[in-house]
Design a protein around this ligand. Sequence first.
Ligand SMILES: Nc1ncnc2c1ncn2[C@@H]1O[C@H](COP(=O)(O)OP(=O)(O)OP(=O)(O)O)[C@@H](O)[C@H]1O
Ligand SMILES: [Mg+2]
Length: 412
Amino acid sequence: MSTVKLVEVILTAEVYNRFEELTEDDIPKEIRKMFYSKNGISRPLVVKLDMLKSIGSAKHVEETLKLPFVDLNNLTKQVLLTSLPAAAKWFASKGLERIKNNPVLAYYYQNDGFDVSYEEAKKRNLPKHSDKEWLKTVIAELEKNKETAEMLGLVRIYSPEDIKVNFKDVALDEEQLEEIRKIEVAMEEREYLKKIGVIEIGKLLFIGPPGTGKTTTARALSKKLKIPLVEVKLSMITSQYLGETSKNIEKVFEIAKRLNPCILFIDEFDYVAKTRTSDEHAAVKRAVNTLLKSIDEINLVEDGVILIAATNHPSLLDPAVWRRFDKIVEFPEPQEKIRKRILELALKKVDGDYNIDEIVKLTEGFTGSDLKLVVREAVLKALLRGEKKITMDDLLQAVEDVRNRLCLKTSY
Ligand SMILES: Nc1ncnc2c1ncn2[C@@H]1O[C@H](COP(=O)(O)OP(=O)(O)OP(=O)(O)O)[C@@H](O)[C@H]1O
Ligand SMILES: [Mg+2]
């Protein structure tokens, strides 16, 4: 980090400490990450010499410490500003660009008559729930208590920073995209929706055969919206013990509410409904009822939770369950256009001589995961020959291999 950046860290800490109304979300993400400890971020922010040394070169640290308004406490090794106005003046002379992207500084400079906007800077800065360090501290807090620690055992929690798949790498059709966009704007306009009383929003049911991108879409959405993902499979929380399943369902929804804003992704959603048709056991009925009640009691506008449920067997779902989603999003076997896009994405980094359109025509009925398998097979075939370039023949053979595999699957 350059000297200017090091000064930005010290200045940001100082301004943040002085103005109680500033929140952790106002600290630029990059700077905020330096201040996490086991218990989160504490006020006041303390800048230590070691911290500067870990982010800047020796030369830049030395330069920073020589500035007339910077002081080092030799005993505590804390780096402080001796004059905020002097530091602010120096920093402003280095350009307003940085200030425009730093809400803490924009707040200070805006009040000082500079042409910068705190609101604009805030829009450009990611809030703390997008930080994996933030998620870690929340989880650590929940682990301290026996009851909440138990809840954590039922789910998988991802920080958006840990999700690998990008939204642009998921091939979706117009209808699917539109539903996702609606969720996105609803998330942004929560306050407005609350004010006008539109709260039954943000519950999606993804239906479609295996391998059509339901899980991938939920994960990519978490990354796109920069909010954590709480993932649970209903089969994993179903217990043979009376009442246990109901309790687990309640716990899962409770975790999602505590982590808000987040996406709660419930996979194998038919699991509970399915068991009900085979056996009208009281405990199962109770579990379904708990599920219905939990869905009723959660919404994006008030709780900050987007609920996405997914199933391969929509016909097994209870009509009462169906009704509770504001939108059913279909994930069918992909049409030509989508197959083409999936193949293009999968082959993006693969060298070779091939015609994608031809493969698209031959793969009617293939899902996204089948198509990815085709590409993997073709790459392996080429590697077996000692080549990194794939040929059209590799792809054609791979299509046949995967097709045979699909036939095997259906004949057993
Ligand atoms: N539309 C798509 N765009 C990009 N990749 C896709 C798409 N559909 C499927 N895939 C790829 O196929 C694989 C399986 O997809 P995913 O796990 O999301 O399917 P799913 O619908 O959740 O299946 P299941 O019902 O079995 O859980 C992933 O590697 C994913 O990247
Ligand atoms: Mg899935």
